[in-house]
Write a protein that binds this ligand. Structure first.
Ligand SMILES: [Zn+2]
Ligand SMILES: [Zn+2]
Length: 365
């Protein structure tokens, strides 16, 4: 074996993919050239070696070939070997870079220089309108949205095959300089090379599926679980289903609007409804029921309930979206006065009035 990749990463021959990844991450942090400003030459060499080892051992097929033959050819010109810029397709590189970033305070050009992307740029958002009943009970809602993903044919590279050459625009650095003129000021920005998308190399055969863009747009249909209790204007995030680029995937932000529904009002986690009742019902008390989004809920009106008073039914409000428990259902009592009376009713009420006004005060004084 020309090179012992296992030894390079310090793992056993039968190491699991997780162990290999872990070993690589540790070494990559240690040996990244930006983390070793005083020792650039050696760290570059080391970084190149561990990257090459990881490129092979992290790929099931390449690892198999390597285990059997002791070597793996890269590209059509295998003698050229591994290019150390050539790792933009490693999914986990960006977070390794993030770590290095945090630890060593590198500049923004670093990420773009190595094909890393700010995944925030890959985030998508959509808004969703639900009924109050759906927010009360929770719902499953189907959403459709457009997302851009890496072309599956070329893995987002834009070219097919292994015939690659150093990018003529950036000479392999993955970065290009753009000059912006703003009034009398000239600003030079370093951005991700647009020719090679930060890879540092380009292929000679354009991908026949994406025609070189490396991208594919698809319409995604997803069923989203709306948790019960969600209130109007709430945003939540579903990780990993946004746009995809260079193997990284953004998130989907869903803004939920709850439509108003006549007869129902929400206050924090409480649900407030109104119930119309006749005077004798509040005076004498009564078993009643109230319809909550299609379901009858029974409750008792205690004798002597006052107009406008709210009867609190515990734990029948909106479920808490954080933690457990529910708000309450408040049934506000509206006493309805009849607009017309027949003779019998009139007689009875006159009697009642007389009784209340003479023997006892109406107000109980
Ligand atoms: Zn380039
Ligand atoms: Zn393609």
């Amino acid at each position: 074996m020309a090179k012992d990749y296992y030894k390079t990463l310090g793992v056993e021959k039968n190491a699991s993919p997780e162990e290999i990844k872990k070993a690589f991450r540790q070494l990559a942090r240690k040996w990244h050239p930006d983390a070793n400003p005083n020792n650039k030459a050696e760290s570059e060499q080391k970084f190149k070696e561990i990257s090459e080892a990881y490129e092979v051992l992290s790929d099931e097929n390449k690892r198999k070939v390597y285990d059997q033959t002791g070597q793996v050819n890269f590209g059509s010109n295998g003698n050229e070997g591994f290019k150390w810029q050539d790792f933009s397709h490693f999914n986990d590189f960006s977070d390794i870079f993030d770590d290095i970033f945090r630890n060593f305070g590198g500049g923004g050009s670093f990420r773009s220089g190595y094909g890393g992307r700010d995944t925030r740029q890959l985030d998508l958002s959509l808004s969703l309108s639900i009924s109050m009943a759906e927010s009360y009970r929770g719902a499953k809602k189907e959403v459709r949205y457009k997302r851009t993903i890496d072309c599956p044919n070329c893995n987002g590279k834009g070219f097919e095959g292994n015939d690659v050459k150093t990018c003529p625009t950036c000479n392999g650095t993955g970065q290009e300089r753009v000059v912006q003129q703003s009034g009398i000021f000239r600003m030079v920005n370093v951005i991700t090379c647009r020719t090679c998308n930060g890879r540092g190399y380009v292929g000679s055969t354009k991908c026949h599926v994406c025609h070189g863009s490396g991208k594919k747009t698809e319409v995604e249909t997803r069923t989203i679980d709306i948790p019960a209790g969600i209130s109007d204007n709430t945003q939540f995030v579903i990780r990993g289903i946004g746009d995809q680029e260079g193997g990284q995937t953004g998130d989907l932000y869903v803004l939920v609007n709850v439509r108003e529904e006549s007869g129902y009002r929400r206050s924090n986690y409480d649900l407030i409804v109104e119930k119309e009742v006749a005077f004798p019902d509040v005076a004498l008390g009564k078993d009643e029921s109230v319809n909550i989004f299609g379901e009858d809920i029974k409750f008792k009106i205690p004798a002597g309930t006052q107009p406008g008073e709210a009867i609190r039914l515990r734990n029948l409000g909106f479920p808490h979206t954080r933690g457990t428990g529910k708000g309450d259902l408040l049934v506000r009592i509206k006493v309805v006065v009849p607009k017309k009376l027949n003779s019998t009713q009139r007689e009875i009420i006159e009697k009642l009035s007389e009784e209340l006004n003479t023997k006892h005060s109406w107000f109980g004084k």
